[in-house]
Design a protein around this ligand. Structure first.
Ligand code: AMP
Length: 388
């Protein structure tokens, strides 16, 4: 869930920016002002209580706000996330918001404050008043609304600064510029909630085919270094030509090239729920590289999974594959197969051990049909997504 609060004085542009955010991120929009106006239009008890307060530019009591907002949230528990406009407006309301988020087993990701000087707010609201039809868009009420904002709402910011989720923005620039800045904050926020999986297993354990299927099911970007290198060769890029030369001379592709390709992949992937790495990191050095690359994108490894298959079964599988048209150039003889298994044992097993100490490695029994193993890994990943 992505939960955002848009903060700022009346006329800061919260409503305008909200339109762009709900469309782009499919968030459920909650504007307490709109909800109150609806109650007034429907002549409900709450509406009647709020009517004169709104007309004078005062703040409606927290007891009324909690009722309308709780109703809206609990009626929409399956929302992608909530966008709050005009809430929280008092210190008490920030506690209310925390409580509501806890009820939904989630939390507020960030509070974005659009900062504009008082006179600009007045100007904008007077302009809006010409067409909004809102009785509270007249100068006397506007001044009172701004006073309420300065006295009761502005101090709420400290609560979010202390929590480390406050983002202040200059709200005086153009709508497009402000949208862009908000987009950047949200992108960083979303990066924090990516699910990044490193999938380990000996050659023949099924990590490649499982990785591709898992990526598809969970909307993850599949990052496998082997296919990425082959892709560059196929495209005949400068890097591809270099890789081909290295392949032909039997030299290992240096980390510098692999890093470049992974970096490109991370930078180009859009709207993904996370990454699934296969075949990388293969060495301790590469494990540090991966930490650095993910950090650069504001994210980190969430889960390390190892598919376990006994050695004899691995040899049986690789040998069987070598006799089909799926035979890989590196599986054409028993000695090559043994060398690959040894490489994994000497270079990659220490990486898995390192992760085991740091995060804990989830071991999945890889013996069984593709679907059986897939279901086991899927079940585990589903649990992780629920936590996010
Ligand atoms: P808005 O549409 O956000 O400008 O809100 C219009 C009016 O509704 C405000 O001036 C307040 O009187 C009332 N209101 C809206 N949201 C709240 C809130 N969270 N707490 C108290 N009063 C609110």
């Amino acid at each position: 869930m992505l939960n955002i609060a848009l903060f700022g004085p009346p006329g800061a542009g919260k409503g305008t920016q909200s339109q762009f955010l709900i469309e782009k991120y499919k968030l459920f929009y909650i504007s307490t002002g709109d909800l109150l106006r609806k109650e007034i239009a429907g002549k409900s008890k709450l509406g009647l209580e709020a009517q004169s307060i709104i007309a004078s530019g005062g703040l409606v009591p927290d007891e009324i706000i909690v009722q309308i907002i709780e109703k809206t949230i609990t009626e929409n528990p399956d929302a992608n996330g909530f966008l709050f406009d005009g809430f929280p407006r008092t210190h008490i309301q920030s506690y209310i918001l925390d409580g509501l988020m806890i009820k939904l087993n989630t939390s507020l990701n960030c509070l974005i404050s659009l900062e504009v000087p008082e006179e600009l707010s007045v100007q904008r609201l007077l302009e809006r008043g010409k067409s909004s039809g809102r009785s509270d868009d007249n100068e006397e009420v506007i001044r009172n609304r701004l006073k309420e904002y300065n006295d009761k709402t502005l101090p709420v910011l400290q609560y979010y600064k202390d929590k480390g989720i406050y983002h202040g923005l200059d709200g005086t620039s153009s709508i497009e510029k402000v949208s862009k800045k908000i987009g950047k904050i949200i992108k960083e926020e979303l990066s924090k909630s990516l699910l990044n999986i490193v999938l380990f297993g000996y050659p023949g354990s099924g990590r490649g085919s499982q990785g591709i299927a898992l990526a598809k099911k969970f909307g993850l970007e599949y990052v496998a270094t082997g296919p990425m290198l082959d892709h560059e060769i196929k495209l005949k890029t400068e890097t591809g030509k270099k890789i081909l030369e290295l392949y032909e001379s039997g030299t290992l592709v240096p980390d510098e090239i692999v890093v470049q390709l992974i970096e490109k992949k991370l930078a180009n992937s859009k709207d993904v729920n996370g990454y699934i790495f296969k075949g990388f990191p293969r060495t301790l050095v590469q494990s540090y590289i991966l930490d650095g690359l993910l950090k650069k994108h504001g994210t980190a490894i969430s889960e390390v999974i190892e598919i376990e298959v006994p050695t004899l079964e691995l040899i049986k599988r690789l040998d069987a594959r070598s006799k089909t048209d799926r035979c890989m150039p590196y599986d054409t003889s028993t000695s090559k197969i043994v060398k690959r298994l040894q490489e994994h044992e000497f270079k990659t097993v220490p990486v898995i051990e390192k992760y085991n100490q740091l995060h804990g490695v989830v071991k999945i029994d890889g013996v069984g049909s593709f679907d059986e193993v897939f279901d086991k890994i899927s079940c585990h990943i589903e649990g992780k997504f629920k936590n996010i």
